[in-house]
Ligand binder design. Structure first.
Ligand code: ZN
Ligand code: ZN
Length: 312
């Protein structure tokens, strides 16, 4: 029987009282299961953290000795037990090391997706599917109006731009995907990387994910007009608002208004409406519990076929 209170949200985050652990807690807790290293899922200061090997490396890079008191690193598909609940990490395809969390308890399978995507991405483990009774899905883009475009076509916007480019993107995950995509689909571009992004690239390469060609940014390099793409994190991007002789792009899963010649590369690392429907087909749940976003659209879409509960 599906336990309606298997997971619920309290002040710290998503709690499983049957195993006494949190999934991606917002506030440091005693036992945290962390799906991936993005800051809104992986906070510092937890006592015990269960995560994948690359998630640990990213957390240690960001938080140093405050990353966690103890890390329990688990391989994908390696089952482990917390307080009587059996857990297994399954690749989520969102960024390097990102995991869905399968929880099995009293013969029922609960699958927490964390953030996930279906689009191909050569810089992380591809998403894998399995059957579960309850699908606990992020629903950031669970809106029939949201349809992510082909990322390769978006990258082509860079190819068509014959002046230097300042490309803003989140440093962890998105930046590495972009470097790989520019190498594969716009190889005439030369990539310069902001120094804050370099140590993240190093972790990717250490984990066996080659990113292709790029070099550390140097001020003198960009004085020449050689189809440079300078990849910078968002805070630096904003400081280039008056850049002349360069065109600004920001890579984002959110449609943005065009401001001052700043264009968007609409490249998302999340599931859009059709991807979420595909996830439901693959997992075959009898219940869907939704997190962050638009659960109501899923509820009206599935009607009486699948019970949809809005967790948050
Ligand atoms: Zn994320
Ligand atoms: Zn997220």
């Amino acid at each position: 029987m599906i336990l309606d209170d298997f997971l619920f949200i309290d002040d710290n985050g998503i709690y499983c009282k049957y195993g006494c652990f949190y999934l991606d807690p917002k506030i440091p807790v005693a036992t945290a299961v962390i799906s991936h290293a993005h800051a809104d899922h992986a906070v510092s200061g937890n006592n015990i953290v269960y995560c994948t090997a690359s998630t640990r490396l990213f957390m240690e890079l960001r938080y140093a000795r405050y990353a966690a008191r103890t890390f329990n690193v688990m391989q994908f598909h390696q089952s482990f037990n917390i307080g009587g609940v059996q857990l297994t990490f399954i690749p989520a395809g969102h960024m390097l090391g990102s995991a869905m969390v399968l929880m099995e308890y009293n013969g029922i399978k609960y699958l927490y997706t964390g953030d996930y995507k279906l689009q191909p991405d050569a810089t992380c483990e591809p998403i894998e599917w399995l059957k579960a009774d309850v699908l606990i899905t992020e629903s950031t883009f669970a809106d029939p109006a949201i349809n992510h475009p082909d990322p390769i076509e978006e990258i082509s916007k860079l190819k068509d731009t014959k002046i230097n480019i300042i490309l803003g993107a989140y440093g962890l995950g998105k930046s590495q995907r972009l470097i790989r995509m520019i190498n594969d689909h716009a190889p005439q571009k030369k990539i310069l990387v902001h120094h804050r992004i370099m140590p993240i690239n190093n972790i990717y390469e250490k984990c066996g994910f080659a990113l292709g060609n790029y070099q550390l940014y140097g001020r003198k390099l960009m004085k020449t007009q050689e189809e440079w793409v300078y990849l910078v994190p968002p805070f630096t991007f904003n400081s280039y608002i008056r850049a002349t002789n360069a065109r600004r792009f920001f890579a984002s899963g959110w449609k943005r208004l065009q401001v001052n010649g700043e264009d968007t590369l609409f490249i998302s690392d999340h599931a859009d409406w059709n991807d979420i429907l595909e996830a439901v087909r693959q997992v075959g749940p009898t219940q869907i519990w939704t997190l962050h976003g638009h659960g109501a659209h899923l509820r009206s879409h599935f009607g009486k076929d699948i019970f949809v509960k809005l967790l948050a």
